[in-house]
Design a protein around this ligand. Structure first.
Ligand code: SAH
Length: 386
């Protein structure tokens, strides 16, 4: 195995429990090639572990193990077996879940989602892309899937100079895979849907929202309808709004497949739609806000915070005392404290007094590592208007 040397600063980051080493902390690349597994050496030449090397990304090294060992089939098999057995503990009743959550499963650069008999991978760096056949073999041995798909159409792969073309790695992938999630049947569009088909990270929040919702409900940024359909059983009526016609087609198919009649889906810009509802003096008893990540990087944090404030303000205006707001942010750069602050500012402007009912995060099959803050990205607050 080749070796790559890092600076003292890079070493201290490794010591802090983080697996990423930035280009600026790499002092000698040797002749490491794209996607290779390399030994990571501190300035004195001591081995700190083994990492995947990226020739193009600002994250040059992603540490996979702190042992000095080869990344062979048995290494990957062990990590995947551990990931699978963790899901048996936290998502045993689910047909669809995140099987591998990258750093959260000590496999930086790899996402794997299970939809019944099918697996969808996201190979996010050169190292995982190079390991795709080994990963597929291990997953076949572990779970005998009928098909394994690599959803390569993810923007971060551009930073790795990797292709954007989805690839079937094994078996066959049907156009739609129905999966049972919290007692609902949802259609997963594995090849073309947002993310890998379904927003699996919101699964536990669907159930929480359903526990508090009642009366007339509104689900903004509904995508394939997860929140709206989960709340239907508790509510008189639910409106779901999204700007994506494709997602809404799946949402309505999901509605029909579950025999739900009190949910309607509408294609609209949520910001404009909320303004229209205020003009029409409409009122709701429960509103869900699950917008896309407004803060894609730290650079646009300010405009992102303005976006979160505006959407929360508009929603709060439609809620009366007793109303419930479920407000989410999947921007890593907006932490829970920042979300609290913008929602508080929105509430003051809208003259609403809010009590926190629940502070929530991503579903537990998306594990959070204490020393890797990036693994905690989803925040979900459930609030009550007093
Ligand atoms: N709540 C969904 C996930 C939402 S993801 C679920 O649980 O499945 C964010 C969604 O916002 C995407 O479906 C995207 O199409 C939609 N979107 C993005 N910008 C929008 C806008 N301005 N108005 C309405 N929808 C928007």
């Amino acid at each position: 195995m080749k070796s790559v040397k890092i600076s003292r600063k890079g070493e201290s980051r490794v010591e802090s429990g983080h697996p990423w080493i930035y280009a600026s902390d790499v002092t000698e690349r040797g002749d490491a090639q794209r996607g290779e597994a390399v030994r990571v050496l501190n300035p004195k030449g001591r081995c700190l572990g083994v990492a995947h090397y990226s020739s193009t990304s600002q994250i040059t090294l992603r540490l996979l193990t702190r042992e000095d060992r080869t990344l062979d089939r048995s290494f990957y098999f062990g990590r995947l077996r551990d990931a699978f057995s963790f899901r048996k503990r936290v998502a045993s009743e689910c047909e669809a879940y995140r099987l591998v959550h990258a750093e959260g499963d000590l496999l930086p650069g790899l996402i794997a989602d299970r939809y019944g008999d099918y697996l969808v991978l996201q190979l996010l760096d050169q190292g995982m892309d190079a390991a795709k056949n080994t990963l597929t073999e291990c997953l076949q041995e572990l779970m005998s899937p009928k098909g394994v798909l690599a959803r390569n159409d993810v923007p971060v792969r551009k930073l790795e100079a990797l292709s954007q073309e989805p690839e079937v790695l094994a078996g066959e992938i049907p156009d739609r895979v129905p999966v049972r999630i919290n007692g609902l049947t949802l259609q997963a569009d594995l090849k073309g849907g947002q993310k890998t088909g379904v927003y699996l990270d919101q699964r536990e929040n669907y159930a929480a929202a359903a526990r508090w919702a009642r009366g007339r409900a509104l689900d903004c940024f509904t995508s394939t309808g997860g929140f709206a359909l989960s709340m239907a059983g508790r509510c008189e009526s639910v409106e779901g709004v999204d700007s994506s016609p494709d997602a809404l087609k799946t949402a309505d198919a999901n509605r029909r497949a579950n025999g739900i009649e009190n949910v309607t889906f509408r294609e609209a810009n949520a910001f404009d739609y909320l303004s229209g509802l205020a003009l029409a003096r409409r009122q709701f008893d429960a509103i869900v806000l699950d917008p896309p990540a407004f803060a894609k990087s730290r650079a646009n944090l300010d405009s992102a915070l303005r976006g979160y404030k505006e959407i929360n303000y508009k929603a709060l205006k439609l809620l009366q005392p007793g109303g419930v707001l479920v407000t989410c942010s999947c921007s890593y750069h907006v932490n829970e404290a920042a979300l609290f602050q913008v929602v508080a500012e929105a509430a003051l402007d809208a003259r609403r007094t809010l009590r926190v009912l629940e502070r929530r995060t991503q579903a537990s099959d998306h594990p959070i590592m204490l020393t890797v803050p990036e693994t905690l990205y989803l925040k979900c607050l459930i609030l009550e208007v007093l």
